[in-house]
Design a protein. Sequence first.
Length: 201
Amino acid sequence: MEYKLEESNLKFFNKIAKIYDRGIFRKIKDYRVKNTLKLADVKANSKILDIGCGTGNLLYDLSKDESLKLYGIDLSKNMLKIAREKLRNNAVLKLGNVKNVLLKYKKNYFDYIFIEDTFHHLPNQEKLIDKIKILLNKNGKLIISDLSFSKIGNFIFHNLEPGNSETYTLKEYKELFEEKKFKNIKQRRFGIISVYTEGVK
């Protein structure tokens, strides 16, 4: 199941990489990134990891602050190629599977870890949160900003999109963050189908 999910996502994003930053895709992504970063209120001199960085839109906006140390990882080489052209030397980008994220980065290192519009694509989501938490430094923030429908809508979406692992409701995100012992949990819904959750290690 996990292998099929990854293969489905890899094939899909390699295929759409060239059009991902165009038209409606770009408008939706710009809206989501803008709202996510506004809510995150990133502090200067922070070390930031974007999991599932895609073509680098979130990192590109963050790169306007030259004090930040930026990192990104993505499964799709075609998406990363565009991200590298966009970001140049402003971020350290890696091609890789997020399930091996602990092998690629230092423990207790990051001030912020973003999973923006990616969480619903990831296999073994709860186990992954455990690994991500290890990468955060003390008082580091995990931020998940993703699609969310009603419980019925999530069930339908899960069955319609082949690369979708699972989508969470706002309540389910809160329960997940509480289960993983994150503090100072903050949530916000923006737009019709977008939810934002942050928690402090």
